[in-house]
Write a protein that binds this ligand. Structure first.
Ligand code: UD1
Length: 363
């Protein structure tokens, strides 16, 4: 069985790693890895392949950045000849980035079976580019693998046959559990002079937060107060850095002594940083899930989440961008006033094994 596996952007890499490892245990599977090149910086891409032991991509489409239409179209144009040449039995896509929908669409138009890993998540917010990617990819997929029960429920509500839907747990958590011990050896706390200190970690990259100076400014209002209390470590996404440089908010950050900007970190350094943080503030999807497993309080700077299990039983609080709400959640988190979190069902490090077993039986 030949499977083309697609990755494009940073959050895809930790999801594909355990699947590639699992395929290698099946002699009858020929797994080919395609990198679309949506992310291309050394620290946004190559570093993760090295750290997570992902094999070199067989093909890199090298599409790079662009508007959504341009990026999606370029990926489709570059991916179609690859599918035509390899004639795979299936194409597997992960997550919700532009590479996911672009390659999914190419596959189904060529009559190739499509597998979606991390299916069914819904924020209900159609202004979010990822929400469109999720809805569309799920609607054309033949096999849909879900990380949480809400995903299964959403797919059933959208009329997808229950035969196609499988609740399997979370491949990203497979990677986290596998690398937790290894990450302890990272010396990122020493490098950032944090040993023994309480500190907060911040990540921000959603267009809705960082492309609008008013909203970005409101978040900074809350962070101005937090950084007086404890250092705030901010590994900054390239898109966020560009926006800061182009507006006056960058100057405000420079005037905050507790704020520490770093380049984006590798997987192991970031895992170590998150594991030791007093609190994490983020607009990422995956970090809401990783903090739940690490039992570190997470404050989500968005109005909604497509991963409700993290708020229902994990450590996540969805607070939006109102400074007063952010500060209230911060006080709550740092007072130790949190209920004991639970690990979501099947987030046990065996999701990739379950997925590959189902693929072998179904395709
Ligand atoms: C993409 C995903 C988002 C995911 C995020 C993780 C989509 C629609 N969005 O957002 O879901 O959470 O990745 O990082 O697919 N850039 C660089 N170097 C790179 C990559 C990007 O400098 O290696 C800069 C470019 O200016 C680019 C911008 O970041 O225009 C945005 O990159 P893009 O891939 O369009 O989206 P992300 O914001 O990274």
């Amino acid at each position: 069985m030949k499977i083309l596996n697609v990755v494009g952007a940073r959050p895809n890499f930790m999801k594909i790693a355990p699947l590639m490892a699992e395929y290698s245990r099946h002699e009858d599977i020929h797994a080919i890895l395609i990198h679309t090149g949506q992310h291309y910086d050394e620290i946004m891409s190559k570093l993760f392949f090295n750290e997570l032991g992902i094999p070199e991509p067989d093909i890199n489409l090298e599409v790079g950045s662009g508007s959504h239409a341009v990026q999606t179209a370029e990926i489709m144009k570059a991916f179609e000849p690859v599918v035509l040449e390899h004639k795979p039995d299936a194409v597997l896509v992960v997550g919700d980035v532009n590479s996911t929908i672009a390659c999914g669409l190419v596959a189904v138009k060529l009559g190739v079976k499509l597998i979606h890993v991390e299916a069914g998540l819904r924020s209900g917010d159609r202004t979010m580019p990822e929400e469109i990617n999720r809805v569309l990819t799920d609607s054309i997929s033949d096999l849909l693998f879900c990380t949480e029960q809400s995903g299964v429920n959403n797919l059933l509500r959208e009329g997808i046959s229950p035969k196609r839907i499988h609740m399997v747990g979370h491949v990203m958590i497979d990677t986290l559990l596998k690398n937790k011990e290894k990450a302890k050896k990272s010396n990122i706390l020493n490098i950032l002079n944090l040993d023994g200190d309480d500190f907060a970690v911040l990540t921000l990259h959603r267009p809705s937060n960082v492309d609008d100076p008013v909203i970005f400014g409101r978040i900074l209002d809350a962070l101005t107060i937090i950084q007086n209390d404890m250092p705030v470590i901010f590994p900054i996404h390239p898109r966020t850095r560009k926006n800061l440089v182009s507006c006056s908010l960058g100057k405000r950050l420079e005037e905050m002594p507790g704020f520490r900007l770093t380049d984006p970190l590798g997987y192991l350094d970031f895992l170590k940083l998150m594991s030791n943080a007093k609190v994490v503030l983020t607009d990422s999807g995956g970090i809401q899930e990783e903090t739940t497993v690490l039992k570190v309080p997470c404050i989500t700077l968005r109005e909604n989440t497509e991963r409700p299990i993290t708020a229902e039983i994990g450590t996540n609080q969805i607070v939006g961008t109102d400074p007063q709400k952010i500060l209230a959640a911060y006080r709550n988190a740092t007072s130790g006033n949190w209920r004991e979190p639970q690990i979501p069902p099947l987030w046990d490090g065996k999701a990739a094994k379950r997925i590959v077993e189902i693929i072998v039986k179904s395709i």
